[in-house]
Design a protein around this ligand. Structure first.
Ligand SMILES: Nc1ncnc2c1ncn2[C@@H]1O[C@H](COP(=O)(O)OP(=O)(O)OP(=O)(O)O)[C@@H](O)[C@H]1O
Length: 308
């Protein structure tokens, strides 16, 4: 737990209304220093609004906001050199050439990263002389990321940094974020990619309807329970299999030929299932023990209905 007053970002009962609708509706969270915090939530949940309040681009209607212990609006000048921002779209003037703009931003900082090395790391060397508006969507995003981190910020806000990126650029982005954390920076990011959150985040905060609905480490959220899955010929007699398993176990076939056993998965359980299959002449394929994924938890908490 981060002691009160010591988080990279501390939000208390934050409210932001657009007209009568509350985009952020009493949201409280702490993003620890030196950690990666991922904000997850369905479309329209209030993630970007929250991040933009932290960045000082929007003012909250109520609640408290502390960023590196300061007020993002009143202390904007003091925060600017310490905080890196990658907005959801752009943030770079359309006519600015990629390399020149990155060097310009680097020149505003006391100990920047080497802009050429950063361009190379993000696969942008060939595009150094290209104006921002002529870059592809993914290239623009990579440049925005470079701009956010070139000043070696203490805290970086990344709003959907990998949406629309190809797998190579996604991995390069993940490595960059891991490098930031290794260097002691704090990172707050939003994402719709649950694998990304599981891989990168020390702490995940799930937001819905402008409020926090769950938070914890990825392992805390997905829980310790495991389940057993296998494929085999359709129509196995599950009643009989269940009767061979410890009380409280459940088994289902869905779709045909795909079996899921929800039970306390211990070595003896695995032995019982495989022995039962062997005694019935059943060859199991793809037998695996798995934990609930973050996506399972996310859908349980926020539902399966599409958001308007
Ligand atoms: N400038 C604005 N004026 C009016 N309503 C807005 C404005 N910006 C956002 N909203 C509304 O506030 C709510 C929260 O939007 P926000 O962009 O913060 O969500 P989000 O969680 O970032 O969503 P997404 O995952 O789609 O990016 C939405 O209902 C949105 O329509």
């Amino acid at each position: 737990m981060t002691p009160p007053g010591d988080g990279a970002v501390e939000l208390g009962s934050l409210v932001k209304r657009y007209g009568t609708a509350a985009a952020v509706d009493g949201l409280s969270l702490t993003a620890a220093r030196g950690a990666v915090t991922a904000l997850l939530g369905p479309n329209g949940a209030g993630k970007t609004t929250t991040i933009e309040i932290c960045e000082g681009f929007r003012r909250a209607d109520a609640g408290t906001v502390r960023v590196l212990g300061l007020d993002p609006v009143a202390d904007a000048r003091a925060l600017k050199p310490r905080v890196g921002v990658m907005p959801q779209s752009g943030g770079v003037p359309g006519t600015a050439r990629a390399g020149e703009f990155l060097k310009l931003v680097a020149s505003f900082h006391a100990t920047p990263l080497d802009p050429d090395a950063l361009l190379a790391r993000l696969g942008l060397t060939e595009h150094a002389r290209t104006p921002f508006r002529r870059l592809s969507g993914g290239q623009q995003q990579r440049l925005s990321l470079a701009v956010a981190v070139v000043g070696r910020p203490e805290l970086v806000f990344l709003d959907e940094p990998t949406t629309g990126l190809d797998p190579q650029a996604r991995h390069a982005t993940w490595e960059l974020v891991e490098g930031l954390r290794a260097a002691g920076a704090s990172v707050v990011l939003t994402t719709h990619n649950m694998d990304e959150a599981e891989r990168l985040a020390d702490r995940v905060v799930i937001v819905d309807h402008g409020r926090v609905v769950a938070e914890g480490t990825p392992v805390e959220l997905t829980g310790a329970e495991r389940q057993l899955r296998f494929r085999a010929r359709p129509g196995l007699g599950l009643e009989e299999l269940i009767s061979a398993l410890p009380a409280g176990s459940a088994a289902k076939e869905s779709p045909a030929g795909h079996y899921l056993i929800e039970a306390d998965v211990r070595p003896e359980l695995l032995a019982t299932v495989t022995a039962w299959c062997a005694s019935h002449g059943v060859l199991t394929e793809d037998l695996r023990i798995e934990r609930r994924t973050l996506e399972d938890v996310f859908l349980e908490l926020t539902g399966r209905e599409l958001r308007p």
